[in-house]
Design a protein around this ligand. Structure first.
Ligand code: GAL
Length: 443
């Protein structure tokens, strides 16, 4: 199959999937190419403590602090309750968005030393890297025994499946396109929450003139995160999706406008961005030192950990130009091929996919359950609004967090972005993005 054909198959699949109501449980036929196995799955979950399992499970992620570790700890506590005889080894490697962790993981996988389970994003990251590399096991039996085909959203299954095999256990849904703001800072400067990119520029001009830092920004991956939201806000959902299936021309005038918007947005940011983590940048907003920050909703987990209150210390809105669109990603756990302790790893996956595990993890992590049956009352105001939006918005995938582009394409985009951040040359940046799509994407 040619590269173009492969991408158009994947794109067709993504498009079919992403327009489906995001919260519909998988109760009807599975989508094309990714059928779940014929299932007589029980309607309720299998008990999680059938047999005492001993052993040791090593779980790899990058959730080491700032709201993220707390979410993981909450799920580990459920695991310890259900499987007291299994030793849990938390192999998390620090660094937002897994920038460091994924490099460490790649080295371990290359040298035949896999952790039992790791956090892999649903979508191209999972399919294009770990499935393509034969590094993770299919989990169809587990889906059947745990009844997960009935409770995992139809949106997700194709993004974690290939050739009828399901390869991971999604633990959550995160939203990428969130504009966080400090309500008091906006009010003090007579600024209202911007709905469009133009309104955002006007608001940031006002703030800048008043001596307020308009936008808090961090290290490079947070710039890619910002860029994907500006692409979405400028192009709209359809043309944004087209970037990833070859139907939107990266060399077009509309993409140029989006990149110019991105270049302009960057001018409103703090000058020390490259030395700040996402937590540092987000904190500038809740501390009143900056007005806006664009970050995924793990920021909400962090704000809560800091003891900040929704609507008082922080407010939220879709990033400018993206109302009605939910740009998503999903953290999901896998079973390594050659896992040192597959039985203990399977026990971990059962907790990651369980209602109890997800209800413990997500309200703290700042995400909504991947499962469709979590109790809404356990979640705070922001996450309840995210649940509503996930159920009703148009759903598109995140670049930075593994949904829409494979790792080699994303790496090329990242390299081009690094040069752009240094030289600010939009023409060169656009040319590099055109080339990246040609060499690693569907163009
Ligand atoms: C994402 C991940 C989120 C959160 C974020 C910041 O890639 O999916 O769960 O951890 O990075 O580290």
């Amino acid at each position: 199959m040619t590269k173009k054909m492969w991408y158009s198959l994947m794109a067709g699949l993504m498009a079919t999937v992403l327009v489906l109501s995001a919260c519909t449980p998988v109760t009807t036929e599975a989508p094309p190419m990714t059928e779940a196995p014929a299932t007589e799955a029980p309607m309720t979950e299998a008990p999680m403590t059938e047999a005492p399992v001993g052993g040791r499970v090593e779980v790899f992620s990058w959730w080491t602090g700032g709201g993220e570790a707390a979410g993981l700890e909450a799920m580990i506590a459920i695991f310890a309750e259900q499987y007291p005889d299994i030793e849990f080894v938390n192999a998390a490697v620090a660094g937002g968005a897994g920038t460091n962790a994924r490099a460490v993981l790649a080295t371990r996988l290359q040298s035949g030393d896999p952790p039992d389970s790791w956090q892999g994003h649903a979508g191209q990251e999972l399919i294009g890297t770990y499935v393509a590399g034969g590094q993770i096991e299919p989990l169809n039996d587990l889906y059947e025994s745990e009844g997960w085909t009935d409770v995992m959203p139809q949106t997700l299954i194709p993004l974690i499946s290939q050739d009828g095999n399901i390869y991971s256990v999604p633990v959550n849904i995160h939203r990428a396109n969130v504009l966080w703001y400090n309500p008091a800072v906006l009010e003090a400067n007579g600024v209202t929450v911007p709905a469009t990119i133009e309104e955002w520029f006007t608001a940031m001009d006002t703030l800048q003139a008043a001596g307020v830092t308009p936008l808090a920004l961090g290290e490079q991956w947070t710039k890619m995160h910002l860029m994907e939201t500006v692409l979405l806000g400028t192009l709209g959902a359809d043309a944004y999706n087209g970037l990833w299936d070859g139907t939107t021309d990266w060399g077009s005038a509309e993409v140029k406008t989006a990149l110019e918007n991105f270049a302009k947005v960057l001018t409103y940011a703090n000058s020390d961005s490259s030395s700040l983590s996402w937590q540092d940048a987000a904190q500038l907003v809740v501390n009143g030192d900056a007005a806006f920050n664009v970050m995924g909703d793990w920021a909400e987990g962090y704000f809560r950990e800091l003891g900040k209150a929704p609507n008082t210390d922080y407010g939220w809105a879709p990033t400018p130009g993206s109302a009605g669109v939910f740009q998503f990603l999903s953290d999901s756990f896998v079973l390594a091929v050659g896992a040192p302790d597959p039985e203990a790893a399977t026990a971990w996956l059962k907790i990651a996919g369980s209602k109890e595990g997800q209800e413990a993890f997500n309200p703290v992590k700042g995400s909504i359950c991947a499962r469709t049956d979590c109790d809404k009352a356990l979640f705070g105001e922001y996450l309840q609004s995210a649940m509503d939006d996930w159920a009703s918005d148009t759903v598109v995938g995140s670049l930075t967090h593994g949904v829409v582009a494979n790792d080699s394409w994303k790496t090329e985009i990242d390299t081009a972005l690094g040069l752009f951040v240094a030289d600010g040359n939009v023409e060169n940046f656009q040319a590099a993005l055109v080339a990246a799509c040609a060499s690693s994407g569907p163009c």
